[in-house]
Design a binder for this molecule. Sequence first.
Ligand SMILES: NC(=O)c1ccc[n+]([C@@H]2O[C@H](COP(=O)([O-])OP(=O)(O)OC[C@H]3O[C@@H](n4cnc5c(N)ncnc54)[C@H](OP(=O)(O)O)[C@@H]3O)[C@@H](O)[C@H]2O)c1
Length: 279
Amino acid sequence: MAVLGCGLMGSALARRFAAGGLAVTAWNRTPHRAEALAADGVRPSASVAEAVGEAGLVVVCLSDIDGARGALESAPSLAGLTVVNLSDGTHDDVETLAQWLGERGASFLDGATFCYPEQIGEPSAMLVFSGSAQVWAAHEPTLMLLGGRSRHVSDDISGAKGLYLGSGAFFVTALAGFVESTACLLQRGHTLEEIRDTTLYGLELLRHATEEVAAAIESGRHETDQATIHVFADGARKVLGELQSADVDSSVMAAVSRKLDAAEHAGLGHLGYSAQSLL
Ligand SMILES: NC(=O)c1ccc[n+]([C@@H]2O[C@H](COP(=O)([O-])OP(=O)(O)OC[C@H]3O[C@@H](n4cnc5c(N)ncnc54)[C@H](OP(=O)(O)O)[C@@H]3O)[C@@H](O)[C@H]2O)c1
């Protein structure tokens, strides 16, 4: 098999496949990153053509789908290959790549990586894949090497990317909020131990809150007997004031506060947090 792209993630994928006993050839635009994998049992290749030559399965992990297609274009033939793309892109990018690969006789699965490189291969790591269930079945044992919680999520080729991009709105903003929160707490003299303790508790609370919010958005029932948007909006204004007086960047918190204010102005203040989905 071949791995195209030996950045932080591509290198982890190539190493894991090799550790799983597969013969892996790797190509990278900047050759030294592929060469660095030789010590892990991965064979570096100087060209895409050589890397995919007898591969059968080609896993592509570049910064984006444009780059992935550019790399694949330099192979003389893709007929009979299965390409698994783990490079980022939009729904349209995935569908365009699917059509392009189909015209060249290649099978295609798209995927998304829900973990960091250091987690690749762990039972808790999750990658998701979409595309033909038959193609997934043929390569499932190989792709499951990458993470124990991996799975095929949709026959629709852009299903994996859709899940990844939609989930990103939660993960990325939560982490951005955590950066502001932690900068403020450290600035105020709180210890990492204290931050860890409140964060772990907050994650448990978030688990419960996210389940309630998801159920409310799905059902359209936003009444609450726990905490109204008025209460959250008032609290958010105070949190924003605390970040500003600690002189840390508070742009994420400011956006959250603005959104809660907008919900109040829209007459949603008596409803639960989920009612912001009505804006
Ligand atoms: N790192 C993570 O934790 C993580 C998690 C989830 C998803 N991902 C996704 O995985 C993909 C790769 O991420 P990464 O962390 O490995 O990024 P990275 O370390 O920045 O590596 C980017 C890779 O893409 C190659 N590349 C970029 N543009 C190219 C082009 N036009 N033609 C050929 N090669 C090109 C780079 O080659 P050069 O070495 O020559 O520059 C390098 O191999 C991205 O789509 C990223 O969003 C990463």
